[in-house]
Design a protein around this ligand. Structure first.
Ligand SMILES: Nc1ncnc2c1ncn2[C@@H]1O[C@H](COP(=O)(O)OP(=O)(O)OP(=O)(O)O)[C@@H](O)[C@H]1O
Length: 284
């Protein structure tokens, strides 16, 4: 069994009356891709900031590789890369210049940084544009450059906060594949936050469902689905405009759908679908 590399113990963060993070206990294993899944405001960013020692817990502790996040944050930064949701680059400088500059800030010599920059841009697929100014990069390319910026430090752990926001669908798939590859091919432990289940389920070994500062459930997507949905019929009501009989027929034909029932009133039409779980939303 792999060792625990990221952990929190009854971690709490309060902002006045608000409990942004409430008695959080996490244990993330070395080499895992772990997804913190929750809606906006659930406390994901606050948790990440506490893990990195960038904000102090109200109570409880956060540790990475046995180092306390509050007391030993400098040690943690040496082996942990952090990709925030908005990565700041000098837009008038090229990708290469930005990488070499931040590598210098991390104590890497100019010669070494120049060499490593070539390696990491190859890994993230930016070789062709590395000498273009960052202002010409798309959001997806900026995220890749952000990842290159993190990789240049050769981290053992990478923490990403909502890494796919603003990227187009093709870019999202490529970026997620890249992240998964880093974990599986290089053994890097990945923790990422997201509010999008379909993205988290694509790449994460385990997922923690985080709502209003608390972890509601945790496990692989298969375990969570089994636990939450097994043998349960879900009654789903959807308000729609101009839904044709043909679409209703198609929905009825899905394996998961037990019954489709149309209800009408004067103001709107409500369609109810009964299904046993699974990927109905993705397939609609
Ligand atoms: N510095 C702060 N001062 C006061 N309240 C804060 C502060 N930072 C976060 N909060 C509040 O704490 C709660 C959790 O915020 P957090 O940013 O951690 O959520 P999140 O899950 O990352 O959501 P999002 O994706 O929207 O950032 C929110 O209600 C937020 O308004």
């Amino acid at each position: 069994m792999a060792e625990t590399i990221i952990s929190t113990d009854n971690l709490v963060k309060e902002y006045g009356e608000l409990k942004a993070v409430n008695q959080l206990n996490l244990a993330i294993k070395k080499g895992e891709v772990y997804g913190l899944l929750g809606p906006n405001g659930a406390g994901k960013t606050t948790t990440i900031l506490m893990l990195l020692g960038l904000t102090e817990p109200t109570s409880g502790t956060a540790q990475i590789k046995g180092f306390d996040a509050t007391r030993d944050s400098i040690a943690i930064k040496r082996f942990t890369g952090y990709l925030p949701d908005q990565v700041g680059f000098y837009s008038q400088r090229t990708g290469r210049e930005n990488l070499v500059y931040t590598a210098g800030l991390n104590g890497i010599s100019a010669v070494e940084a120049a060499k490593k920059a070539v390696e990491v841009v190859e890994l993230v697929g930016l070789t062709n544009v590395i000498d273009n100014k960052v202002k010409t990069y798309s959001k997806g390319m900026r995220q890749r450059l952000g990842l290159a910026d993190v990789l240049i430090k050769e981290p053992e752990i990478i923490i990403l906060d909502e890494p796919t926001i603003g990227i187009d669908p093709t870019g999202i798939n490529e970026f997620l594949t890249l992240i998964r590859g880093l974990s599986k091919e290089q053994g890097i432990t990945i923790m990422l936050s997201s509010h999008l289940l379909n993205q988290v389920q694509k790449i994460c070994d385990r997922v923690g469902i985080f709502v209003k500062g608390s972890l509601l459930a945790e496990g692989s997507i298969e375990e969570l689905a089994a636990e939450l949905l097994a043998q349960k019929e879900i009654d789903l009501s959807v308000k729609v405009k101009d839904l044709s009989d043909q679409v209703i027929k198609k929905i009825s034909a899905l394996d998961e759908v037990i019954k489709v029932e149309k209800q009408e009133n004067l103001l709107d039409e409500i369609y109810q679908y009964y299904f046993t779980g699974g990927e109905i939303d993705a397939r609609l």
